[in-house]
Design a protein. Structure first.
Length: 354
């Protein structure tokens, strides 16, 4: 039996394993921390709230409901969104090394967020970004959308998107955005500077029920739309002309996908800061496990991304407790070596064909 057939037969068990692993990571996240909540206490509190029964007095209830649970749900949402966005971008540009960060989505969202942090009072007198969280995702969404559309416009010639030009344009735009962010940081006050320094390292510390309510429409919109892109992405793997002949509106798929990705990633970056490599590493791992079919890659990426970010957030809260390590450090420590391994793998393939 071929390796492709074995991979197809193993898809359902792998997805089931990811589901069980997600449940385990979620329960451990609710348990672990500076204050450890026994797992049986976690189960009792969750069951009492789900069943509507009045919960028994517990010293852990406030920690679970006010801190741990919204942070867990937000981490699951952000991890799934970033991973699915990476899967969509890799499928759209037919390049396993593409992700929202490389083509400008993350940097554009960061630019929008930094702009509203530093200049929000000047743009909106009397409105503080700290006091009104609605401005932050809006600014991040606009920044992500503008930069992404600009990068895609530069890389598209005569209706054809050149992958090499796309990556080069993304690198150039990222450099320009970093320069603009640097100027904004130079003009920031001491309070804004401290906020920016911690924000750029990435953290789920801003997760609250209000944050979750604001981010959910954008993130869930991307997660719910993504499976509908799977047939089109599978067809586009054969080429855009072939996808058009099969009845798919390639340009329409591109436009909707870019807008949805910019919205989802923009909001995630706005509230969590820069969490790198999730959108790059996770889809690649899922593709190795489940094959290139986006009907499996997209939901698999959502599950694995949620698992990895939940585990990383749990580690960030426990490794240096009672302090908290920025989660971007952990994802970079894991994603950087994996990215290099991917590059060396491609290098070996090129040498093998030469």
């Amino acid at each position: 039996m071929s390796s492709r057939s074995l991979r197809r037969r193993g898809r359902v068990p792998v997805m089931a394993f990811l589901g069980v692993a997600l449940l385990g990571a979620a329960l451990f996240s609710l348990h672990a921390g500076a204050l450890k909540i026994p797992l049986e206490e976690v189960a009792q509190l969750l069951w009492a709230r789900a069943s509507g029964a009045p919960p028994e007095a517990s010293p852990f209830e406030a920690v679970l409901w006010s801190l741990r649970l919204p942070r867990l749900l937000f981490g699951l949402l952000v991890g799934g969104t970033l991973s699915v966005a990476g899967a969509l971008m890799q499928g759209l540009f037919r390049n396993p090394l593409a992700d929202p960060g490389l083509i400008g989505v993350s940097s554009g969202a960061a630019l929008g967020a930094v702009t509203i942090i530093v200049f929000g009072t000047a743009f909106f007198p009397g409105v503080s970004w700290l006091g009104d969280l609605r401005w932050l995702p809006v600014a991040a969404f606009v920044g992500a959308l503008l930069v992404t559309m600009l990068v895609q416009g530069i890389a598209t010639v005569g209706g054809f998107t050149a992958v090499a030009m796309l990556l080069l344009a993304g690198i150039a735009m990222n450099a320009i955005v970093v320069a603009v962010i640097g100027v904004s940081t130079f003009m920031a006050s001491d309070l804004q500077m401290r906020t920016l320094s911690f924000w750029t390292l990435g953290s789920l510390g801003a997760a609250t029920w209000e944050t979750l309510a604001l981010a959910s429409p954008f993130c869930l919109g991307l997660l719910l739309l993504a499976p509908f892109f799977a047939p089109g992405l599978n067809a586009m793997a054969l080429g855009e002309a072939e996808a058009e002949h099969l009845g798919f509106s390639v340009e329409r798929i591109k436009r909707i996908m870019v807008v949805a990705t910019a919205a989802g990633v923009g909001v995630c970056v706005a509230f969590t800061g820069l969490i790198g490599f999730i959108g790059l590493v996770v889809p690649h791992l899922v593709r190795l496990l489940l094959g290139p079919d986006h009907r499996w890659v997209i939901p698999g990426s959502a599950l694995l991304g949620a698992i990895l970010l939940t585990v990383a957030d749990t580690a960030s809260r426990t490794l240096v407790a009672p302090a908290e390590m920025p989660i971007g450090i952990l994802t970079a420590a894991f994603g950087g070596p994996f990215f290099l391994a991917m590059l060396f793998g491609q290098r070996r393939n090129i040498l093998g064909r030469s």
